[in-house]
Structures are given as C-alpha cells and as structure tokens.
Design a protein around this ligand. Structure first.
Ligand SMILES: [Fe+2]
Length: 344
C-alpha cells in the first residue's frame, strides 16, 4: 500500500473507527534502532516501516545504509529519498543507542535527538544488564497507547508490578505538539511484588510518583517511576515501528542506583511483562485490519489516551499537508529532569 492509500483510509469520516495505528508513518525523526554495543564490523539488519537499515562499523565509526555494505555499489541506483539517493542514512550514537534519521536527510539535526536526562549521553558505562530487547506483534502507536493507559497494568501485571490497591491515585497529563506527559501520583500503594521479593523493600505500602514522557514522532517513551520507600527505576522504551504488525523495543531499564540483586533482575522482568502485553496487543492490532470486527476496544474514559490520538492524528495530517517542521512549543532536546521529577 502506498502513502496515498494510507492517507485516504486515515482521512475517512468516522475518526474513531478510522484510528488505525499501523497506518501512522511519521517522518523527520530519529529512531534508536539498535544498542550501540550490538553494532560491530559485521552488518546488522534492522527494519523501520518495512524499510531496511543495515548497521555496521568502519574503523569504529557507525554507518547506516539501505543495503548491505557489499551490495552498496551495485544497488546505488535503488537508493531512496530517505538517504538523499546516497544509500547512507544520517546516523548518531547517543545514550547507548544508534539513532537513524527517518525522513528527509536535509532536515536531520543531532539536536532533534530527544534528551534522556538519566542516561550518560556518550553511552559510557551503561551496563548491558540494563538493556533488554522485546518485540510486540502490534504497530508502535498501539503499544504506546497501551503504555499510556494505566488501567491495564494493575490487572495485567498484578503479579509483578502490583495490584490497584491504594489510598489515593491521581493522574494528570499535559502535552505539546510533539510530546505527551502523564503523571501518576499514588499514595499508600501495596508494595510491588518484585520490590518485596528482590528489592529489599520491607514496608507494606509505598508512595509512587510515575512520569511517562512520550515523544510522539518516534514513539520514544521515557519513564521515571519513583517509589518511597524505595528508589527510582528510570527507563526508556523506544517503540521502533518495524511494520503494521510489529514493533521492536530496545529497552533500557536504568536500575544502576537500585540495590542488588534487584538491579540485575528487574530489567529481565520485561520477559514476563512483554507476553502479558502482547497477549492483548496482538489480537487488537489484527482487529484494525479486519473490517468485519469491531476495531476499537479502547476506553473512551482514558483521557490521556484520547489526547494521544488527537495529537498523533494532528501530526499525521500536518505531514500529509507537507509540513514536517517542529513547532515552536517543541524541542526534543529540552531538559526534562524537572518534568520527570528526577531525584537530585
Ligand atoms: Fe503493560
């Protein structure tokens, strides 16, 4: 299906029925397609919106191209506008990731890479145990929606993250043209099972302040959940769109400040959580492509989720009209330490 067909489906009158996460294809953004540590001299293949990205190193420097290095010469005529016909994508290394520009290479600037305040920018010293890759059988925006929708975690992940028991649970959110920030403040929440088992938290209750900061164009989700008593578990979940039914997430659960053995084991919990999420996402994503099904099962009462759709639709419409610029209210490199409520 070409972009025009996608656009036509997306612009049909029934907006609610027409929210098809897999058809959203936002450009002019950096995707963290791989961990820096995974890229060596042997070429590695990644896929962004069904498009090949080959990564490898030359004298230590990372390269990203549309074809395998040994085929670059012979395939050069097939290069696309994404590389300006050069076969080579614009590429940067930061925060332990290789970031590849998806869009018009003339608009690629390193200062459009989102700032992740708790990770060392040069990636130095990020332990491998904090890095875990998972895949979802769903388009990236559907996974992001699932993450935004807090009501799912308390029942879907009750055995690891915890049940919904608390004294007070307040959710607030705000947005710009490029980001959505959701803050959840929970008072006297039952201590998460993982923190009791391996996290050294002996108390029965703890307070939680969890901030989720979503960069809309590249589905980069930056989370800062902070527990008292306890600690913060800052994490990054970049939902890289592989295709309409697949996303790849090279997570960084930056548990380095948590006590052992929680520090090492917590990042592995994604292997428990991922199948729980996927069991919901996989059938839901398929529904969007089956006209006979009731496509949309999302809650109308999920206000941050609804805002997310509005913002994504707006961005998609702007891009369809040829406007790929970042608005005056948008600065991906903005220091979000205060927004995340980072502990000093
Ligand atoms: Fe989940």
């Amino acid at each position: 299906m070409n972009m025009d067909d996608k656009a036509a489906r997306f612009a049909a009158p029934d907006a609610k029925r027409d929210w098809i996460p897999g058809n959203i294809d936002l450009r002019d953004t950096w995707f963290p397609v791989a961990y820096s540590a995974d890229v060596g001299n042997r070429p590695l293949r990644r896929i962004v919106h069904a498009q090949d990205v080959y990564l490898w190193r030359e004298l230590g420097r990372v390269r990203a191209a549309e074809f395998r290095p040994d085929l670059l010469e012979s395939r050069r005529a097939g290069a696309t506008a994404f590389t300006g016909g050069s076969c080579y994508y614009r590429v940067h290394e930061r925060y332990g990731y290789v970031w590849v520009w998806y869009g018009n290479p003339d608009n690629a600037h390193a200062d459009l890479i989102p700032l992740i305040p708790f990770l060392p920018a040069d990636g130095a010293g990020i332990p491998r145990y904090t890095q875990r890759s998972v895949r979802f059988d769903a388009a990236s925006p559907l996974s992001v929606e699932n993450l935004i929708d807090l009501t799912h975690a308390d029942f879907l992940h009750a055995n690891t993250i915890g049940d919904g028991q608390s004294e007070r649970d307040v959710v607030e959110f705000s947005s710009t043209s490029e980001t959505l920030t959701r803050t959840r403040i929970v008072t006297r929440k039952s201590v998460a099972p993982v923190m009791r088992w391996i996290g050294g938290v002996r108390a029965q209750y703890q307070d939680l302040r969890a901030v989720l900061h979503v960069h809309l164009r590249n589905n980069l989700c930056i989370s800062y959940p902070s527990f008292t008593p306890g600690y913060a578990i800052p994490n990054v979940q970049p939902f890289v769109p592989v295709g309409k039914h697949r996303s790849r997430v090279d997570q960084t659960n930056y548990t380095v400040h948590a006590p052992a053995p929680f520090r090492w084991l917590m990042p592995r919990i994604s292997y428990v959580i991922q199948p729980q999420d996927n069991s919901v996402l996989r059938p839901q994503n398929a529904r969007y492509f089956d006209p006979g099904q009731r496509r949309d099962l999302s809650s109308r009462f999920d206000a941050p989720g609804n805002r997310y759709r509005v913002l994504m639709t707006r961005l998609a419409e702007r891009q369809r009209a040829g406007d790929f610029g970042y608005g005056a209210d948008a600065d991906p490199a903005q220091d979000i330490s205060a927004i995340l409520g980072m502990r000093p």
